[in-house]
Design a protein around this ligand. Structure first.
Ligand code: ATP
Length: 246
């Protein structure tokens, strides 16, 4: 018998009851979420809600209780470099390209976490296919790129490792709307052309929910709303999370 029900996308990364912080009161509290194959998951919430801290916990940059599992690998207690090699790439807020290195040299840095057999040159051509503006500027110093190009370079560097999961912390921050839209078009392409799971922190709720498949809303460190992005759009739960109503 044929089953016409669409199979749910498998979870690549599962965060289960994670609590994290910096030694004082917890800033992420009992958060559970799943990042699924080939889907964009938006992580929303007001300033200070704990979005960056949750990404840092996934990357092993802050201690946490609860569990984070990538495939069959438990990430708790693993070092950041090992987590990167297991297939999680992180583009932190503020980009962090090496300004004195060229575009190409910056991309090569992204090779460190590679666990695939694909060669560096092949990986680079794959990245240039998605980001032709970088290809035109391959010998240019990263510090002389525009803000948007630097953001693209940071994403390109993360993609060099062919990650299973890409964590993007406010990739459109400080960019002109036209440039931000270009970044979002890139994410849409990655979503349709790869099986990578993407976790996106984005201040612009409309942009994030227009792009994402799934969404979670954090308020003071806890998940207060979650579900398909299309359903969360305009919902009371979302508005309450931002306005602070109960
Ligand atoms: P934003 O949208 O403003 O970037 P966010 O949702 O990403 O906010 P976090 O950056 O995770 O929130 O911050 C959550 C809380 O943790 C805040 O109260 C912040 O001051 C605190 N915090 C963040 N980084 C540190 C740190 N290194 N040491 C101590 N406290 C921190």
């Amino acid at each position: 018998m044929t089953n016409f029900t669409e199979a749910p996308a498998p979870a690549l990364l599962e965060v289960d009851r994670v609590t994290a912080g910096y030694g004082g009161p917890a800033v992420v509290r009992d958060v559970s979420l799943a990042i699924k194959e080939g889907r964009i998951t938006a992580l929303l919430g007001a300033n200070g809600a704990g979005k960056t801290t949750l990404m840092r916990a996934i990357c092993g940059m802050v201690r946490f209780t609860g569990s984070i599992v990538l495939g069959h690998e438990l990430l708790s207690g693993q070092r950041t470099e090992r987590i990167a090699r297991l297939g999680i790439a992180h583009v932190p807020e503020g980009r962090g390209t090496f300004i004195d290195l060229s575009v190409e040299e910056n991309l090569r840095v992204g090779c460190f976490a590679r666990s695939t057999k694909e060669g560096a040159a092949e990986a680079m051509e794959r990245i240039y296919g998605w980001l032709p503006r970088l290809a035109e500027r391959r010998t240019q110093r990263a510090g002389s790129l525009s803000g948007g190009e630097q953001q693209m370079l940071a994403i390109g560097r993360a993609l060099m490792a062919k990650p299973q999961v890409l964590l993007l912390d406010e990739p459109s921050f400080g960019l002109a709307p036209r440039v931000a839209a270009e970044i979002m078009r890139l994410l849409r392409r990655l979503q349709s052309e790869t099986s990578m799971g993407i976790l996106l922190v984005e201040q612009n709720i409309e942009i994030a929910l227009g792009l994402a498949d799934d969404a979670y809303v954090l308020r003071t460190g806890a998940v207060v709303a979650s579900g398909p992005a299309a359903q969360l759009r305009g919902s009371h739960a979302l508005r309450d999370a931002y306005l602070g109503a109960h």
